[in-house]
Design a protein around this ligand. Structure first.
Ligand code: COA
Length: 329
């Protein structure tokens, strides 16, 4: 498939052959740790038909772009592939997309996705992939967010030390709704003014834990702030239980450009299942969509909240002056 990219160039995508493998491996391995290494045996299985392995050349005989995608039902020992397989009946798993560094931000990545959707064996299946949250791959999060992918879960990849956001997008451009996962059974969504009561209860629970006066948490003032966008609240909900957690994000009072993670709370009986990490990941995504450069948080009092600083560090926050900060772009 030919797709126009910048400067009048057209990217011509085709199925990879065995002769492409040295160039493919060189391109793949230039991008570690954003994508992982694969043994030669797996590349050979991919090119021989286990995956749809596709490339576009750069005009000088090199490989400019590679994509590898697998339908359900393949014997592929990836925890991320298995995660989608457990939850989605139909999908095309995009195992990797790599654009040569010198060609980035010129439309090749977007062109590669047009080719992935156009050459998909099941034209109605959502495309699913993961992006690293830790170590963070903010370029890829921005890239996939811009293409309409949405987070449907988060997982800590066993044995890798990596935390990844699980993303999906349907071919018609509509994002997949959050998939309830066996990890926390929760779905995440942005609160509207109609959720003011649930938000007020979550904020009161958070304030209770902080042992401060629950001032300014009445539903009416929260409804007003949610309606005007002064406050952004992400609710985690479980079927039959309603809201079980919340992330509250506000624009900085100190001028534009960054946001503040003003509150994060998960019901005590449901902690340790990944809901907090999913809320932070969703808050990061929302902050990025607003064009903020960073999301900041107050350093928690270690004596009273011994786990909080480690939790924020595990979710990408690093010390910055008197606060903790995660850079978004
Ligand atoms: C992620 C990747 C494939 C994107 O490819 P690309 O060719 O640079 O992407 P495009 O030029 O088609 O970008 C399309 C849009 O995505 C967004 N985008 C891409 N890279 C971005 C970045 N670094 N920061 C912010 N937005 C970005 C922009 O909206 C961009 O449109 P614009 O340039 O008109 O603003 C490329 O950065 C890459 O190969 N990274 C290393 C490997 C990797 O991380 N793969 C993904 C693993 S999950």
């Amino acid at each position: 498939m030919d797709v126009r990219v910048s400067a009048g160039m057209a990217a011509a995508f085709r199925a990879a052959t065995r002769a492409d493998i040295p160039g493919i491996v060189a391109l793949n391995d230039s991008t570690l740790p954003h994508v992982n290494e694969l043994p030669m045996e797996t590349w050979l299985r991919f090119v021989d038909g286990e995956a749809s392995l596709r490339v576009a050349e750069d005009g000088a005989g090199g490989i400019a772009v590679l994509t590898a995608a697998l339908p359900p039902g393949r014997d592929y020992g990836s925890h991320n592939y298995a995660w989608f397989q457990r939850r989605m009946a139909r999908f095309l798993y995009l195992d990797r997309i790599v654009v040569a560094e010198r060609l980035r931000r010129q439309g090749w990545g977007r062109a590669a996705y047009l080719d992935v959707f156009a050459s998909a064996p099941d034209p109605a299946a959502p495309v699913a992939c993961e992006v690293n949250l830790d170590p963070p791959n903010d370029s890829s999060l921005a890239f996939h967010g811009g293409l309409g992918f949405r987070e449907v879960g988060v997982q800590d990849v066993p044995g890798s030390g990596k935390r990844v956001a699980m993303l999906a997008r349907r071919p018609d451009g509509v994002a997949e709704p959050s998939l309830p996962g066996p990890d926390d059974g929760a779905t995440l969504r942005r609160a509207t003014a109609e959720d003011a009561g649930a938000v007020a209860r979550q904020v009161a629970a958070l304030r209770g834990g902080l042992d401060t006066e629950p001032t300014g948490v009445d539903a009416a003032s929260i409804a007003g702030m949610l309606a005007t966008g002064r406050l952004l609240a992400l609710l985690a909900e479980r079927p039959g239980e309603g809201a079980i957690g919340i992330a509250v994000v506000a624009g900085s009072h100190e001028g534009g450009g960054f946001g503040v993670l003003a509150g994060l709370h998960v019901a005590p009986s449901l902690r340790g299942r990944g809901t907090g990490a999913r809320l932070v990941a969703a808050a990061r995504r929302e902050a990025m969509a607003r064009g903020w450069r960073s999301l900041e948080a107050t350093v928690p009092d270690a004596a009273r909240f011994p786990a909080a600083k480690g939790f924020l560090a595990a979710n990408g926050f690093v010390p910055a002056g008197a606060r903790l900060r995660v850079l978004l772009a």
